[in-house]
Design a protein around this ligand. Structure first.
Ligand code: KIV
Length: 272
């Protein structure tokens, strides 16, 4: 597989142009500078500091415990490592509800302290006034419809959304988010036919996860696509590596070498 480093910075205009030219958009999550530096050597377009960091790297059960401090800290780390991808940060649970001022302050903090280029908010029509205010303050906003993990307790679990009568609400919400100023919308765990209809109805790009092949782009969680967790293989996921297994094998070899005194050898030692 060829390596491809991006030379030009990705912007919301270039993402819109990609939709117009039917060029697919590739997006991945990232939570630290080490991985961000590796992403620089790829043709990936968008990096998301997702609140999936709660379960993926912080050891929480889900995304609800993720705070503004967590997001800002990890986003700043990614930003220090990243060169040209468009960097989006999730606004965590409850950071954009209640007061518009608080939502604006929190979105601003993700750009000023976290180095993000835009923010992502979960929800439909109910968040449109917040989206509009954030966009009007000069901050690009990505929407997120379908399975919205911050509402997991209301949704009753991780299951496909938008089947039957629910479909219309998602189609209407997508148009409302575009109208409110979103530059793109993530569609998570929805039937592919619905994702295709939404994609065709919008001028802004849709990015799918578990939404079939007809969206304008795809996003996967970094650690999932790299196969960190052998026990997590949902239908929508394609794993490109088995790093969980490979890392464990490497660590066990190191431990065995230390215990058998085959490391360090002369090769790794200094002489007077
Ligand atoms: O937090 C996250 O990783 C996400 C993606 C699954 C889109 O929101």
């Amino acid at each position: 597989m060829s390596k491809q480093t991006k030379s030009k910075k990705i912007t919301i205009s270039s993402l819109l142009a990609m939709k117009k030219k039917s060029e697919k958009i590739a997006m991945v999550t990232c939570y630290d500078a080490a991985f961000a530096k590796l992403i620089n050597n790829t043709s990936l377009d968008i990096v998301l500091v997702g609140d999936s960091m709660g379960n993926v790297v912080l050891g929480f059960e889900g995304t609800i415990s993720v705070s503004m401090d967590h997001m800002t800290h990890h986003c700043a780390a990614v930003s220090r490592g990243l060169a040209s991808q468009f960097l989006v940060a999730d606004m965590p649970f409850m950071s954009y509800s209640g007061s518009l001022d608080r939502a604006l302050q929190n979105a601003g903090r993700l750009l000023q302290e976290g180095g993000a280029h835009g923010v992502k908010l979960e929800g439909g029509k109910e968040i449109c006034h917040t989206v509009k205010a954030i966009v009007e303050s000069g901050i690009p906003v990505m929407g997120h419809l379908g399975l919205t993990p911050q509402k997991i307790h209301s949704l009753g679990g991780y299951k496909v959304q938008g089947r039957g009568e629910q479909a219309q609400a998602i189609e209407e919400a997508a148009l409302a988010l575009q109208e409110a100023g979103c530059f793109s919308i993530v569609l998570e765990l929805v039937p592919e036919e619905l994702a295709e209809r939404v994609t065709k109805s919008l001028d802004i790009p849709t990015i799918g996860i578990g939404a079939g092949p007809k969206t304008d782009g795809q996003v996967l969680v970094l650690h999932d696509l790299l196969g960190f967790d052998a026990g997590f293989r949902p239908k929508f996921l394609k794993t490109y590596e088995e790093l969980g297994e490979r890392i464990t094998t490497a660590l066990q070899s190191y431990s065995a070498d230390v215990k058998s005194m085959s490391f360090p050898s002369d090769e790794h030692s200094f002489k007077d």
